[in-house]
Design a protein around this ligand. Structure first.
Ligand code: HDD
Length: 747
């Protein structure tokens, strides 16, 4: 019969398996029957995979590939159970001595539910606590083959990645758009082991030696007595430290520039900062710095927008990233390298490559693309992925090695160490998001939260009981090797090289490379931040640092603070500007940006329909703004006068002159001409104008412009046809903002 046949088949298959195991292939291999007398010298034929080898590394505990598209339902299965799998009858009422009685200690479901909840939070990151992450794919170009043996850079090779963007200072719930450095950490799950490129959106750092990291962070974090201000550098302790510790001045200049208030994670550059050592197949080395170049260009908010956003949409960057990915507008970056000869002095063009407060201008060493990254999937469980992801600059694949940069050296200790507290034990690499996609065959055992059930008795080397497995690999098997760099014979000493003493020349290089409007923003940022300090001595000391960088910068900030401008301590350095540092004067693709369209539901909506298509066709997102929600002329209204605010739009179009909504707030100074315009629409136009955004209007929409008095100013375009007006606005958006609108007073 059929069942009998099946049983017979199963029995035969099992017998075959047993025979296989008993076949003596190699002396010493399990089941070979030949006892091993000496330590084996060659790997035994592949043994069955152990629990911690491959297999689970790309899987979540429920078996799906990490980063797989979300399942339709959050909860699987028909019945609610306890953590032990017992089906539950009731989860809303605790077990009590009568309906009005006290709760019984025996209520195991209540205890399990509440205990788990009580322990849901883990310590937030000591820095970079606020962040957002996404999955994606990296594709190598093959252009780095002569530089490094790293397999993930080979032509066409695709590697899964997970990126986490962050701010540095704020707590986990702080606002996205504060003035701060942004983290840009990428985990490449390469076949040769995970590579973490843990960088920032600025190419330099505050300190030259990692031993000072607790100092700069204690100074930047909220004051220890009142724990304010949150996620801000505009306070005494920060400026106390950076004015005393002038090697921070270059990084601070980047913070005070527009780079400190990125428009979007998608529009940020990234930098590995340190110099790394690349090793090719022949064992030859070069020194290199990593750069990420965003396809959408480098864009920033203006300060007022950043401040408004912190209140109106503190999740702005997170929302922007996830909205873009979910709508299919996948953000892209090219990974690039600047390459330098690996000379014994480790300098290039007189710049010390081990000093993380220095850049090498792109004009001196070209930035060469070696691959492309596309972020195409949002996390499905923020805690499991974004919160638990653990980066470490010491996660390196063969072909990429570290240098003696003293900042990097300290980081190599800190990142591993911090996870022990944050993720509660040494087994954090077994958390799904952290599992390598390369097969893991380590001899690490036990520890809190051990997930693997290891077989065998020989987690040590050398062994004979496991046939000598696992063996160490050589170059042919793609082993990581530490470059045998010669370490100079030198006294043991707590000191820096003399080249590290130059703290001002590159801050000056940055300042001198800015356009007048960017310089203006820098002046205003310093003036604001120092204006929030209470201690006069700190302001004066920082003005001295600014005088050492540039007398004009110092004079302007001093004037804003109402203080005298000091003289430079020494003549300021002569620098050659690096145009690549400026964000102004270039044309960027408009892709992925947002256009607000004010519509009159009673007006000509046919025009709006065509316009909406044109905006989509340009790779941008149109958001219709109307007096009420729902539909207007058959099109969805995404923002009302109550919910729309200028800060989320990169440009504004006025397609009509809608009547004020019934909930319009009173306007005290409404001029007769304004009476027909909702004050919130006037505010939209005024703010967009103030933030130097392109504004376009046609037909009845032009009357709204007239009411605000901005008609005819730079970047405000009007016309009869929507099509023509939009074409002009699109052209203006290539420059990101209408820079002429900012009164640049720096000469
Ligand atoms: Fe760091 C997190 C970037 C210097 C110690 N760092 C952290 C993150 C980024 C950076 C992006 C967040 C990673 C994530 O999203 O999980 N850090 C940098 C850069 C530095 C730098 C670009 C200089 C070039 N960091 C630095 C030093 C130390 C640390 C000198 C300590 C000696 N950093 C840490 C840390 C963190 C961290 C305490 C907190 C959470 C974590 O590591 O996982 O270990």
């Amino acid at each position: 019969s059929k069942p009998a046949k099946a049983v017979k088949h199963a029995v035969e298959a099992a017998a075959e398996k047993v025979a296989d195991l008993l076949t003596p292939d190699v002396p010493g291999s399990p089941g070979s029957g030949t006892p091993t007398v000496e330590e084996p010298t060659a790997p035994a034929p592949p043994l069955p995979a152990k629990q911690d080898q491959g297999g689970p590394d790309t899987r979540t505990p429920t078996g799906e590939k990490t980063g797989a598209p979300p399942a339709a339902n959050g909860q699987q299965g028909a019945y609610l159970t306890t953590a032990q799998g017992a089906r539950l009858r009731d989860t809303d009422h605790s077990l009590k001595a009568g309906p009005r009685g006290p709760t019984l200690l025996q209520d195991h479901h209540l205890r399990e539910k509440i205990t788990h909840f009580d322990h849901e939070r883990i310590p937030e990151r000591v820095v970079h606590a606020r962040g957002a992450g996404a999955h994606g794919v990296f594709t190598g170009y093959g252009t780095a083959d002569t530089l490094t043996r790293a397999g993930f850079l080979r032509k066409g090779k695709e590697t899964d990645v997970f990126v986490r963007f962050s701010t540095v200072l704020g707590s986990r719930g702080s606002a996205d758009t504060v003035r701060d450095t942004r983290g840009f950490a990428t985990k490449f799950y390469t076949e040769e082991g995970t590579f973490d490129l843990v960088g920032n959106n600025m190419p330099v750092f505050f300190i030259q030696d990692g031993i000072k990291f607790p100092d700069i962070i204690h100074a930047g974090k909220p004051h220890p007595d009142r724990e304010i201000p949150q996620a801000q550098s505009a306070h005494d302790t920060f400026w106390d430290f950076v004015s005393l510790h002038t090697e921070a001045q270059h990084h601070v200049m980047w913070n005070m520039s527009d780079r400190g208030i990125a428009r979007s994670f998608r529009m940020m550059e990234g930098f590995g900062i340190h110099t790394f050592r690349l090793v090719n197949d022949a064992g030859e080395t070069v020194l290199a710095k990593f750069h990420w170049k965003p396809k959408l260009g480098v864009h920033s908010l203006v300060w007022e927008e950043a401040q408004l956003l912190s209140g109106m949409d503190p999740d702005f960057h997170r929302r922007d990233l996830y909205d873009a990915i979910e709508s299919g507008a996948y953000p892209e970056w090219e990974l690039c390298v600047q390459v330098f000869p690996d000379t014994p002095d480790e300098t290039f063009a007189g710049i010390d490559l081990l000093d993380p407060t220095k850049i090498v201008p792109e004009e001196l060493a070209p930035v060469q693309a070696v691959g492309k990254m596309v972020l195409n999937q949002t996390p499905r469980d923020f805690f499991a992925e974004v919160e638990q992801v653990a980066f470490h600059p010491g996660h390196l694949p063969p072909g990429i090695d570290v240098t003696n940069d003293p900042l990097l050296q300290a980081r190599l200790f800190s990142y591993l160490d911090t996870q022990i507290t944050r993720l509660a034990g040494p087994n954090f690499a077994q958390i799904p998001i952290n599992r390598p996609h390369a097969p893991v065959n380590d001899m690490l055992r036990d520890g809190f939260h051990q997930q693997a059930v290891h077989a065998g008795v020989a987690p040590y080397r050398p062994n004979s009981l496991d046939g000598g497995n696992p063996f160490v690999a050589g170059d042919a098997e793609h082993a990581f090797s530490d470059t045998p760099v010669t370490v100079a014979e030198a006294p043991k000493i707590r000191a820096n090289p003399a080249s590290f003493d130059d703290h001002f020349s590159q801050a000056r290089l940055f300042w001198a490379s800015m356009s007048p409007v960017e310089q203006e923003h820098i002046v205003r940022a310093y003036t604001f931040e120092l204006g929030k300090c209470y201690e006069q001595a700190i302001k004066e000391r920082q003005l001295q640092a600014l005088a050492n960088i540039d007398p004009v910068l110092c004079a302007q900030v001093a004037a804003g603070l109402g203080l005298p401008a000091p003289q430079p301590a020494a003549p300021v350095a002569a620098v050659t500007p690096s145009p690549a540092l400026s964000q102004v004067g270039r044309v960027w693709p408009p892709d992925g940006r947002t256009v607000g369209v004010v519509v009159d539901p009673e007006g000509d909506m046919a025009d709006v329909r065509a316009l909406r298509e044109a905006v989509f066709a340009a790779g941008m997102v149109p958001l219709l703004i109307a007096p009420h929600g729902g539909m207007a002329g058959g099109l969805p209204v995404q923002r009302t006068f109550a919910t729309g605010r200028s800060i989320e739009f990169d440009a504004l179009l006025l397609a009509g002159a809608p009547v004020p909504a019934p909930d319009a707030p009173p306007s005290r100074d409404a001029k007769p001409a304004d009476a027909a315009v909702d004050p919130r629409v006037l505010l939209l136009v005024e703010e967009c104008w103030r933030h130097a955004k392109a504004i376009g209007a046609w037909g009845a929409g032009t009357t709204v412009l007239t009411a605000t008095g901005v008609t005819g100013s730079p970047g405000v375009v009007t016309g009869d046809a929507a099509e023509q007006v939009f074409a002009d606005v699109l052209r203006l958006m290539g420059a990101h903002r209408v820079w002429e609108r900012f009164p640049a007073t720096i000469v």
